[in-house]
Design a protein around this ligand. Structure first.
Ligand code: NAD
Ligand code: MG
Length: 398
C-alpha cells in the first residue's frame, strides 16, 4: 500500500536548512510536497523556489517585497501572501501535515504554537523555540497529540537511538560538539577574533547566527536546553563532549550502562529527511561514512571557562522560568551586534551575563511573559551595546 504524500510547510525556505529541505523534497516527489514556503527578505530565491516547486502558498515576511513576489508568480497557480502575521495564520491550514520550522531565532515561537494548536506535527530545526518556551511547547504538543520531530543533528541522533527503547529510562545523554573554529583557543585569543574568523566553521555550512553560536559554544548551550525539553531530562543528565570530526552525532546511555550512538558524515539532509519520513527510513544516495577514512575519532572535555556561554546556558536551565528566554534574547542581540562589528567576541558573553542579572525573573511564565521578557531583554541589551566602548583592537586589521 502506498503512503499518501505528506504536505510540508517550510518556514524559512530560503535559509540553510530550508534549501536543504527542498533538496530532500525534490529527491522524493512520491513522499513529500512543498505545500507552503516562506522567506524573510530574500525575494529572489523565494521566487526561484516557488517556480521550481509550485507550492500552494508562498509567504514573504517583509511586506515591502510582497508586490515583487506576487508579480513574479502571477502566471502560476500559487497564492502569494505577505507579512509575519500571514505565516502565523497559514501554518494552521488543514492540508498541511508537517510544519518544518527553519526560521532563525525567537520568530519561530508563535508560528510553532499556532501549528501545534492546529494539530500539525512539527519538524523542529528552530531550537530557539524550545529554548525560550520549552515547557509551554511540550505541554501544548502533548495536549494536541502532536509529534515534535527533531531536525538538529544531535537531537535527531538521540531520537534515532531511542527508537524501540520506549520503556527503558535514559540514564544520560551525551551531546557532541565540534568545538567550532576556536577549539583550544584562549580568552586572550578570543578577545581579538572578528566575524570573518568566527564565520568559518570547520565542518558545517550554516546560517550566520548559528555559525557564530557554534564558535562561542552558545549553540551547544541552546542544544542542552533543547534536549531537556525534547527528551524530558534534568540538566545533570545532559553531558557535552567535544568531538572535532562531527561523525558521532550524539549518544544515549541507558540504566545498564549501555551506550548507543548515531553516526554518519556531517550532512543536515539526513536528519531533515528522517524528521519528514519518521518512523520510516528512506533510501538515498548521500555520501556514506567509511571508518577507514577516519582512523581517529577523538573526544575531549568542553572548555566552559573560556567558552562561558555554555556554562551560562546550564545555569539558565537550572534557574528555569524565563531565564532561558532572557539568555536567548540577549544572545540574539549580541550575535547581531557582533555580525555588524559593533562588539567584540567576548562582549557577547558579557551582554548575556548582564541581562541574566538585570532582567526581571518570572518563575512560571505565560506566553505573554515570554513575549514581554524577549522585548524587554532586547531593549536592555541594545542599550548596553550602545554604552560599550569599542574594543581596543581595529576590526579592519584582523
Ligand atoms: P538561515 O539564516 O540560513 O535561514 C533562516 C531562514 O529564516 C531564512 O529563510 C530567513 O528568510 C528566515 N527568517 C529569518 N528571520 C526571520 C524572521 N524574523 N521572520 C521570518 N522568517 C525569518 O538559518 P539556518 O542556518 O537555516 O537555521 C535555521 C534554524 O535552524 C535556526 O534556528 C538554527 O539554529 C537551526 N539549525 C540550523 C542548522 C544548520 O545546519 N543550518 C543545524 C541545526 C539547527
Ligand atoms: Mg546541532
Amino acid at each position: 500500500m502506498s503512503t499518501p504524500i505528506k504536505n510540508i510547510a517550510i518556514l524559512g525556505s530560503t535559509g540553510s536548512i530550508g534549501t536543504q529541505t527542498l533538496d530532500v523534497i525534490k529527491d522524493n516527489p512520491g513522499l513529500f510536497r512543498a505545500f507552503m514556503i516562506t522567506g524573510f527578505t530574500n525575494s529572489y530565491l523565494l521566487i526561484q523556489q516557488a517556480i521550481a516547486f509550485v507550492p500552494e502558498y508562498v509567504i514573504i515576511c517583509n511586506e515591502e517585497k510582497y508586490a515583487e513576489v506576487k508579480a513574479a508568480l502571477s502566471h502560476l497557480p500559487i497564492k502569494v501572501l505577505g507579512g509575519y502575521e500571514a505565516i502565523k495564520d497559514m501554518v494552521t491550514h488543514q492540508d498541511i501535515d508537517i510544519v518544518l520550522t527553519a526560521m532563525v531565532g525567537f520568530a519561530g515561537l508563535e508560528p510553532t504554537i499556532n501549528a501545534i494548536k492546529a494539530g500539525k506535527d512539527i519538524a523542529l530545526a528552530n531550537k530557539e523555540t524550545l529554548v525560550v518556551a520549552g515547557e509551554l511547547i511540550t505541554e501544548l504538543a502533548k495536549e494536541h497529540n502532536v509529534k515534535i520531530l527533531p531536525v538538529d543533528s544531535e537531537h535527531s541522533a538521540i531520537f534515532q537511538c531511542l527508537v524501540g527503547e520506549e520503556n527503558n529510562p535514559i540514564e544520560k545523554i551525551i551531546l557532541t560538539a565540534s568545538g567550532g573554529p576556536f577549539r583550544g583557543k584562549t580568552t586572550e585569543f578570543l578577545a581579538g577574533v572578528t566575524r570573518e574568523h568566527a564565520l568559518k566553521h570547520p565542518n558545517w555550512v550554516m546560517g550566520a547566527k548559528i555559525t557564530i553560536d557554534s564558535a562561542s559554544l552558545m549553540n551547544k548551550g541552546l542544544e542542552v536546553i533543547e534536549a531537556k525539553w525534547l527528551f524530558g531530562l534534568e540538566a545533570e543528565q545532559i553531558d557535552v563532549i567535544v568531538h572535532p570530526q562531527s561523525i558521532v552525532h550524539s549518544l544515549v546511555q541507558f540504566e545498564d550502562g549501555s551506550i548507543k550512538a548515531q553516526m554518519g558524515l556531517p550532512d543536515m539532509k539526513l536528519p531533515i529527511q528522517y524528521a519528514l519520513s519518521y518512523p520510516n527510513r528512506v533510501k538515498n544516495n548521500f555520501k556514506r561514512f567509511d571508518f577507514v577514512n577516519y582512523p581517529n575519532l577523538t573526544f575531549e572535555k568542553a572548555d566552559m571557562d573560556t567558552f562561558r556561554n555554555l556554562k551560562m546556558a546550564y545555569e539558565a536551565l537550572n534557574r528555569k522560568g524565563n531565564m532561558p528566554c532572557i539568555v536567548n534574547a540577549a544572545n540574539e542581540v549580541a550575535v547581531a551586534a557582533f555580525l555588524k562589528n559593533e562588539v567584540g567576541f567576548l562582549a557577547m558573553s558579557d551582554i548575556i551575563e548582564t541581562c541574566m542579572a538585570r532582567i526581571a525573573y518570572v518563575a512560571q511564565p505565560t506566553l505573554a511573559d515570554y513575549l514581554n521578557t524577549d522585548k524587554e531583554t532586547r531593549i536592555f541589551a541594545q542599550n548596553l551595546i550602545m554604552q560599550m566602548p569599542l574594543k581596543a583592537y581595529d576590526f579592519n586589521e584582523k
